[in-house]
Design a binder for this molecule. Structure first.
Ligand SMILES: CC(=O)SCCNC(=O)CCNC(=O)[C@H](O)C(C)(C)COP(=O)(O)OP(=O)(O)OC[C@H]1O[C@@H](n2cnc3c(N)ncnc32)[C@H](O)[C@@H]1OP(=O)(O)O
Ligand SMILES: O=C([O-])CC(=O)C(=O)O
Length: 467
């Protein structure tokens, strides 16, 4: 049927970047992110416009009552181009799996495949769908460092917050307070034409990426330490962030690079990305949109689950230490059944879309096997992985008995002495900005409208069945 498509629509069928495409791009001359996007926007606007005009009435699905009541699982009704999630395979960022990203995206040393990808390279990939060169990534690192200064009222505001306020609450407040710098909000107030919105949106999203580490680090240093944040802008985004948090260990820098890359994006339907997209669709600026996304991430069924996993493991250890018993497959099984019988969830297990072990879990496990094979908590997580799928299958309710990303992230941080697990979701929040906001750029570039699905009443649903 492809011969029935117009040439504009056919451009959408072009394949996403592949690992080999990535290798060939390494010799490209330096082009800025802004120039790369400027060249892409007209072509993409034309292609999507043609798809809508020529095939807008093409049916792509139907909705059942189950889906309407059940959180819209599987309903295909959102455009998201930066990543796609397959239930069996897991995430692909612009068509690349995590191992492919690790193979082709620029690393800190600059040698391909030598270490974890730089977050800046993932920003470039998600925004442009191109695998950047190290030189391009370096220009982006410099640009982010240059944009990182917080407005003068933000640190005093963060310093004034109660130390026992949850770090995620502080994080959302801190980012909201930076909204005074929004160029998008100012441009809108000044009446710029809607065709230019994406230019100001790009300004804002780069500033949000740049400002988040200092907000996050200030919260960490305030709540748990002396409030002092030291920077090292000779490093990349993640390395500098580690110094701001107070960690100076090359192996921890690599963990942070991996952590920040894998948490960026998980297609559009997850609660934090969807919230960012929804709020952004009202033309709230990127600062406000992503603050809203952070509030969604702060829920225990979503990003906060990584804190809950560590708490679950600590409670497990405390119980069996007190009873003089070892933590092993038997005691973990007992504790898991106690949790399930108390009608609570096992944090870090299950997923709304995935039906296999999350590849983000797998790559963190591989990091652990390489860097901390004898670590006590790493081995507890290994044992949980051996027994939990069987327990959840026997329990019989869970659609996916396998671990998700949150099941592994905490113990890797813990290994390096980063034990303040109430804070962990803030790290997730630094990363998720990248997925949510790279897509928000394209939302504005493609002129996507206000999101406003139709709700229905229970009476209306019953009437459909009666018909
Ligand atoms: C970054 C992320 O957001 S990844 C997810 C992080 N969240 C967690 O790890 C929390 C634990 N997991 C869960 O609560 C769920 O698996 C979710 C929220 C992730 C997905 O929810 P759903 O798509 O509704 O899952 P599913 O269809 O399997 O749910 C069916 C039933 O199994 C239960 N269930 C699902 N996962 C679990 C679990 N890990 N432990 C116990 N019960 C579970 C659900 O609560 C539901 O029970 P109910 O029928 O009494 O309401
Ligand atoms: O996809 C989801 O619903 C949850 C998730 O794993 C994420 O947002 O990273």
């Amino acid at each position: 049927m492809a011969h029935l498509l117009s040439s504009s629509v056919k451009t959408l069928l072009r394949k996403a970047p592949t690992a080999s495409f990535g290798r060939t791009t390494a010799t490209r001359s330096v082009t800025t992110l802004q120039d790369t996007l400027a060249a892409q926007v007209p072509e993409k606007q034309k292609a999507l416009g043609a798809l809508k005009k020529e095939h807008g009435d093409h049916v792509i699905g139907q909705v059942t009552i189950d889906q309407c009541i059940g959180g819209a699982r599987g309903v295909k009704c959102m455009l998201w181009e930066t990543s796609n999630l397959d239930p069996e395979e897991g995430i692909r960022f612009r068509g690349l799996t995590i191992p492919e990203c690790q193979a082709v995206l620029p690393t800190y040393s600059g040698k391909q495949g030598d270490g974890e990808p730089l977050l800046e390279s993932l920003i470039w990939l998600l925004l442009t769908s191109e695998v950047p060169t190290k030189e391009q990534v370096d220009t982006l690192t410099a640009e982010l460092h240059a944009r990182a200064e917080l407005p003068s009222h933000v640190i005093p505001l963060l310093n004034s917050l109660p130390k026992d306020m949850h770090p995620m609450t502080q994080f959302a407040i801190g980012l909201n307070a930076c909204q005074t710098e929004s160029k998008f909000a100012k441009a809108y107030a000044d009446g710029v034409p809607k065709t230019d919105y994406h230019l100001y949106c790009l300004e804002d999203i780069l500033s949000v990426f740049a400002m988040l580490p200092e907000i996050a680090a200030t919260i960490y240093r305030n709540v748990y330490f002396d409030g002092v944040v030291n920077k090292d802008t000779s490093l990349d985004y993640s390395g500098n962030f580690c110094r701001m948090l107070g960690y100076d260990n090359p192996s921890f820098d690599e963990l942070m690079r991996l952590y920040l890359c894998i948490h960026t994006d998980h297609e559009g339907g997850n609660a934090s990305a969807h919230t960012t997209h929804l709020v952004g669709s009202t033309l709230s600026d990127p600062f406000l949109s992503y603050s809203a996304g952070l509030n969604a991430l702060a829920g225990p069924l979503h990003g906060l689950a990584n804190q809950e996993v560590l708490k679950w493991i600590q409670d497990l250890k405390a119980k069996f230490d007190a009873e003089g018993k070892a933590v092993n497959a038997d005691t973990i099984t007992e504790f898991a059944w106690d949790t399930l019988n108390a009608k609570k969830v096992i944090p870090g297990y299950g997923h709304a879309v995935l039906r296999k072990t999350d590849p983000r879990y797998t790559c963190q496990r591989e990091f652990g096997l390489k860097h901390m094979p004898d670590d006590e908590l790493f081995n507890v997580v290994e044992t949980i992985y051996q027994v939990m799928p069987g327990i959840l299958k026997e329990h019989g309710k869970v659609a996916n008995p396998y671990p998700n990303v949150d099941s592994h992230s905490g113990v890797l941080l813990w290994h390096y002495g980063f034990t303040q697990f109430q804070y962990y979701t803030v790290l997730f929040g630094v990363s998720r900005a990248v997925g949510g906001l790279c897509q928000l750029y394209w939302d504005r570039a493609l002129g996507l409208p206000l999101e406003r699905p139709k709700s229905v009443t229970p009476e209306w649903l019953a009437a459909q069945v009666a018909k």
